[in-house]
Design a protein around this ligand. Structure first.
Ligand code: FES
Length: 185
């Protein structure tokens, strides 16, 4: 089993951060306004800044709420419905709160043939969760994912922005223990 940040997603996937501020408004702080200005300056149209701003909302809150979408829509002079249509297209944007660890197990063909179903079951059992639901302590959300682009290293698992490759059900305990150890510092 190898574990590394996959180059195709590093920096692109806006997953959870350890500290979140659920009440923070996106553009009411000085930092938020400066970030909005900086992002807008990179693009020829406001609409083109939509994906980076969705990423910012997710980094801030861990997920993207209807209020976030309204704030982004206002900033970019779009309708909230348009922002929702884009956010709902991309699975990397969480449309509901996720646990501190978002565990995505690929069950597409290559991983399916290499025991992905057992890996998924092991994560669900050992985190005590049901698929798509967040554990009561807020730590884990386990999801089935489509191809994660690491088919040669099945079964592929992504936890937040980190890839775990060649995962078997027997390795799940070790992975979860490593997360525990990291948290304890
Ligand atoms: S099929 Fe699992 S990573 Fe592609």
């Amino acid at each position: 089993m190898s574990r590394r940040l996959h180059p195709s997603v590093a920096g692109a996937q806006a997953f959870q951060v350890a500290e979140r501020d659920p009440e923070a408004r996106l553009f009411e702080t000085e930092d938020g306004r400066l970030l909005l200005e900086a992002i807008l300056s990179r693009y020829p149209t406001k609409r083109a800044a939509l994906l980076p701003l969705l990423g910012y909302a997710q980094r801030l809150h861990g997920w993207i709420s209807a209020r976030d979408m309204e704030e982004i829509a206002a900033a970019l002079e779009l309708t909230p419905a348009y922002v929702w249509s884009v956010a709902s297209f991309y699975t990397m944007y969480n449309k509901r709160p996720a646990g501190r660890y978002l565990i995505q197990v690929c069950t597409n063909i290559s991983c399916h043939l290499n025991g992905a179903r057992e890996v998924l079951e092991a994560f669900l059992e050992q985190t005590g969760s049901r698929e798509g639901e967040t554990t009561a302590d807020g730590r884990f959300t386990v999801l089935e994912a489509e191809c994660l682009g690491a088919c040669g290293f099945a079964t592929a698992v992504q936890i937040n922005d980190e890839y775990f490759e060649s995962v078997t059900s027997a390795k799940v305990e070790e992975i979860l223990a490593a997360l525990d150890n990291r948290e304890r510092g």
